[in-house]
Design a protein. Structure first.
Length: 466
């Protein structure tokens, strides 16, 4: 019995001798000195990068060198890595080669949440992350432990959200925008409209709100809950209440209140008009399941266009072909034009500018054979619901003086990617009917122009966005 008891005591003592807990008490201790003490206590080599500095205030017990390093480096910008039995300590800004060992970049592809949203929600960990606002990619540059922590947080953020996102645009209407909206409003006999995705796109095209110097915002709204949004210019409040499938909201301003509802599955857009003093405002609101849907719907990226048009007349035997290149944006474009003809070749270059709303001016210098010509055109379009009225004036100046003043008057429809117009065009001495139509699919488009005395002209082209 005694022999058995003695053997048991020896086993217990042997086991206890295999592990021990080291105690550390650092009070305003230099970080490098603290690392040296940990190195001595656990009899391991710890190499510190040149940038490692600062003070440590920590008291703890631990049985493992890595646990000690985690505790002493907690709250600092430094990390550690084990390389061939040696521990290396450094930071993301290390001037030596330790950075490449301690920190390894990892690319993360987001699915449902924009990088800017994830970046804000990462808090202090965002210092290890970079992203591009034009892509769904984030790059993490951190040690293995921190990278794993960041990836774990992102996996919880980048999910189809159980919340819904409520977005709003507050536009101060110009005179032209208000007149177009009034025409639309009269046809619907209401100042509050609910839209599906397709009908909302049609509304935006008709009213053509440019959104310059206006207010945009997006908030996360609980599936069941409420929220208040405030605006100082114009002074207003939007009280939003979210229920299972319906969003109810009240817009309050100047002692007035406008209430409306949106069905998330069918009518997830609403448009409200209001007046504050002498100014008129239009509020566009939207609810969606992800912030990406909000941006895609409400704030499409402003793009510039490069357009190449090739046109051939019906009298192919005459060899009349025109190539036109427009480079720039809607506001200002550079035009290049070339025409190959057996009688009069034409080369031209000029500018096209968006003057006011849907009014455009074109100025082009042409070389017609051996003669110079200065060509000018002004064109204006007015929208009435889906219909458009169009008028234009154009004239050429050559060495022989001004040519005929040509004009066109007509109307038509412009919906989605299809346009069709008809009317009269010519000059004071001769007027003829014309029909013009064009359609666009993706990056390709086709055009047709018919004139009573000249027959038809057909063409097509390509549109590149950048």
């Amino acid at each position: 019995m005694r022999k058995t008891l003695s053997l048991l005591i020896i086993v217990i003592l042997a086991i206890s001798s295999l592990s021990f807990a080291a105690s550390f008490d650092f009070q305003n201790t230099d970080l490098r000195n603290a690392l040296e003490e940990i190195s001595s206590s656990f009899n391991v080599n710890i190499i510190s990068s040149n940038e490692v500095n600062g003070l440590v205030n920590a008291s703890f017990k631990c049985e493992d060198v890595e646990e000690a390093l985690k505790k002493v480096l907690l709250g600092t910008n430094y990390s550690f890595a084990k390389v061939n039995g040696i521990y290396l300590v450094g930071g993301i800004q290390s001037p030596d080669k330790s950075h490449s060992i301690l920190f390894k970049s990892k690319v993360i592809y987001l699915k449902d949440t924009f990088p800017s949203t994830v970046y804000e929600l990462l808090g202090t960990l965002s210092k290890y992350v970079v992203y591009s606002p034009k892509s769904m990619i984030m790059i993490v540059d951190a040690d293995e432990v921190t990278t794993e922590k960041i990836m774990n947080l992102i996996s919880k953020i980048d999910v189809p959200n159980s919340n819904r996102f409520f977005s709003y645009e507050i536009h101060e209407l110009s005179k032209d925008e208000y007149q177009r909206f009034r025409q639309f409003e009269s046809s619907n006999k209401s100042g509050i409209f609910a839209f599906s995705n397709s009908s909302f796109d049609i509304f935006k095209e008709i009213v053509a709100i440019n959104g310059s110097n206006d207010t945009f915002g997006t908030v996360a709204l609980p599936k069941i809950g409420n929220m208040e949004i405030s605006s100082s210019d114009p002074p207003m409040q939007i009280n939003v209440e979210s229920r299972e499938n319906v969003i109810s909201a009240i817009v309050k301003t100047g002692g007035n209140a406008i209430a409306f509802e949106m069905d998330e599955n069918e009518n997830n857009h609403a448009v409200i008009s209001l007046k504050e003093g002498k100014k008129r405002f239009l509020i566009l609101v939207n609810t969606s399941k992800t912030p990406k849907d909000v941006v895609d719907t409400f704030m499409p990226e402003q793009k510039k266009y490069t357009i190449l048009t090739l046109i051939g007349k019906n009298k192919i035997a005459k060899g009349e072909y025109t190539a036109e290149i427009t480079y720039g944006s809607t506001a200002l474009s550079m035009i290049g034009e070339g025409k190959i003809s057996a009688s009069t070749p034409v080369i031209g270059i000029g500018l096209k500018a968006n003057l006011i709303d849907e009014m455009y001016a074109t100025m082009e210098l042409k070389l017609k054979g051996t003669q110079l010509a200065l060509y000018g055109k002004i064109e204006d379009t007015t929208s009435i619901s889906f219909f458009k009225l169009r008028a234009s004036l154009e004239q050429e100046l050559t060495l022989n003086g001004f040519g005929d003043l040509n004009f066109s008057l007509g109307g038509g429809v412009s919906l989605w990617n299809i346009n069709a117009f008809g009317g009269l065009q010519g000059n004071l001495n001769f007027v003829q009917p014309y029909v013009e139509a064009n359609a666009r699919y993706d990056w390709m488009y086709a055009t047709l122009l018919w004139k009573y005395t000249e027959g038809y002209t057909i063409g097509g082209g390509m549109i590149f966005t950048w």
